[in-house]
Write a protein that binds this ligand. Sequence first.
Ligand code: TRP
Length: 443
Amino acid sequence: MTDTKKSIHGEWSSRFAFILAATGSAVGLGNIWKFPYITGENGGGAFVIVYLLCVAVIGIPIMIAETMMGRRGRQCPINTLETLTEEAGANKNWHYLGWLGVVAGFLILSYYSVIAGWAMAYVVKAFTGSFSGESAAQISTLFSDLQASPVQQIFWHTVFMVTTMAVVARGVQGGLEKAVRFLMPSLFVLLMLLVAYAMTTGAYMQGLEFLFKPDFSEMTGDSVLTAMGHAFFTLSLGMGAIMVYGSYLPKGVSIAKTSVLIAGADTAVALLAGMAIFPIVFAHGLEASAGPGLIFQTLPIAFGNMSGGWLFGVLFFVLLVFAALSSAISLIEPAVAWVVENYDVDRKKASIGMGFLTWVLGLGTVFSGSFFEKMDYLTANLMLPLGGLFIALFAGHVMLQKHTQAELALDNETEYVVWKFLVSYIAPAAVFLVFLHVLGVFG
Ligand code: TRP
């Protein structure tokens, strides 16, 4: 075991840099693309409440646990788990948890990149004025044309993967820290603007009602699982992304406060996206349950019909691509860090290799819609919650209390006790119960 006080990959330049990077990881397609369409598919308000509960009760405690484990282990998740297991004198098999995460990240990125590619294609469409004055039906056709073109999708998927790996190859600090500093606030402002537009559609209240008025009769076991899986997905939890970011976190930064802040920002972006999209959906008689194409079939209507919409359309999709990029790098960073730590391979070669593998797997999503669905279900609904469950158990029951206490360094004892209780019992029990629920154990 090496005496690594610092990661061999370097450190974030400050607490703020970590917040940006982790928020950059959390805020992505999950908030703006996925949250609205799964909310639409699962009946609205009740689904949103379950999702918010999962963020608070499961997500935040596990985010604290992941960051804390990463900073203590100072390596990629697989090696961090090995180090921490040794430190605690526990069973060696825990490092398979790191493996589960690396595989999950790789599977997620394969389809994530294809969807980010759609957003890139939409930058061009916005730029060339494809939305202007178009009806909802014409906008829908734009989307189905893209779906029907493997060539276009592969082209953009390739561009996105190459960009992602170029950033990862350079190490995270240089360009991205700086880019995200400007891009995240801009995205926020643009979303507000879209919410303001949504208010003018005449269906604003209907949209809000859909988003916030719970109707629990719409909730199935699978909806509950999807809501919980999405809490993991949107916060980048359960596969070691936040753990690896934590491993670059300087000592002395308050992990708990930072986690609450990141989760709050992430949730705000998702809710704003919902408030922008559903009024447009209802105003144009579209289906809330349209699925993965939802934002691509709704937002361009707004851009095509508001003044200055051309510019806002370009800006919006550019920002969405950047949000996706700052998430994508965190999906593959654990795998790249693992290669660099374990083999005599530099970051550049490791990035090329991992990027290529991901690219190949992404072709599955390009050629088959059901491939994406299965992959999404497997990763977001099963692998992430399972990974999160074991991370919680590890932080709560395997690591020694004196170590977690020292690493978290909370101001008061009560905060520590609350976290410890949530991570040891409540979060694992909640994940476990949802799994049982889906298996139909409760009838
Ligand atoms: N959270 C990102 C989003 O909402 C996606 C993401 C990045 C992610 N890193 C992750 C999801 C790690 C799960 C695990 O778009």
